[in-house]
Design a protein around this ligand. Structure first.
Ligand SMILES: [Zn+2]
Ligand SMILES: [Zn+2]
Length: 191
């Protein structure tokens, strides 16, 4: 079963869609300091983070995400020389997604803020509940009761299975963020 969710940045310049496919995604919260730093870099913490400093993400395969409009408003940062590519819009400084710094890895963490739902009920029907909150030790204020202190080891087999399936089915490509194996925008390294 799959559902199409429309994607749109907060100013409406960047648009696209995401196929939310059963058993091919994880609906999670990340409370880590890197996600918070990224939101600070975009100067948009109020719009991006929840009250605990968490970022809501759907982790899925790049080939399920399409950007149809506003490609020239896509930029990329890396918090340090290695590590995730953090993609964002330049029109309204909203996060788009995280990817690995290689086009070969079948992984994209799509910002839920981009997703258009008719209602909370529709969102719940399509994404289901948040299944994991990671890096609660970086929470702003009190750590949410259902958060893990770090990344839960119990989640690793799920991620491994997801990655293997993605590699086998070549779900890394096409990606909205890599064309001919090159990133669509040069990563700007912070710090
Ligand atoms: Zn994070
Ligand atoms: Zn925008």
């Amino acid at each position: 079963m799959s559902n199409t969710v429309m994607l749109e940045c907060s100013c409406g310049t960047v648009k696209g869609k995401l196929e939310v496919v059963e058993k091919s995604f994880f609906h999670v919260h990340c409370l880590c300091c890197d996600c918070q730093s990224f939101a600070s870099h975009l100067n948009n913490k109020d719009k991006i983070l929840d009250e605990h400093g968490g970022t809501e993400v759907v982790q899925t395969y790049p080939s399920l995400m399409h950007i149809s409009q506003g490609q020239d408003k896509i930029a990329c940062v890396q918090l340090r020389g290695k590590g995730l590519y953090r993609w964002h819009t330049t029109c309204c400084n909203m996060p788009l997604a995280n990817t690995m710094n290689s086009p070969k890895v079948p992984f994209v963490g799509v910002s839920v803020k981009l997703m258009k739902f008719a209602s909370e009920q529709q969102k719940m029907k399509i994404l289901g509940p948040v299944i994991m909150k990671a890096f609660g030790k970086y929470a702003i204020g009190e750590m949410p009761k259902d958060a893990h202190v770090r990344f839960p080891l119990s989640f690793m087999p799920k991620i491994m299975g997801f990655m293997l399936k993605g590699m086998f089915k070549k779900m890394n490509s096409p990606s909205p963020f890599f064309k001919e194996n090159k990133p669509v925008a040069k990563a700007h390294v912070l710090s």
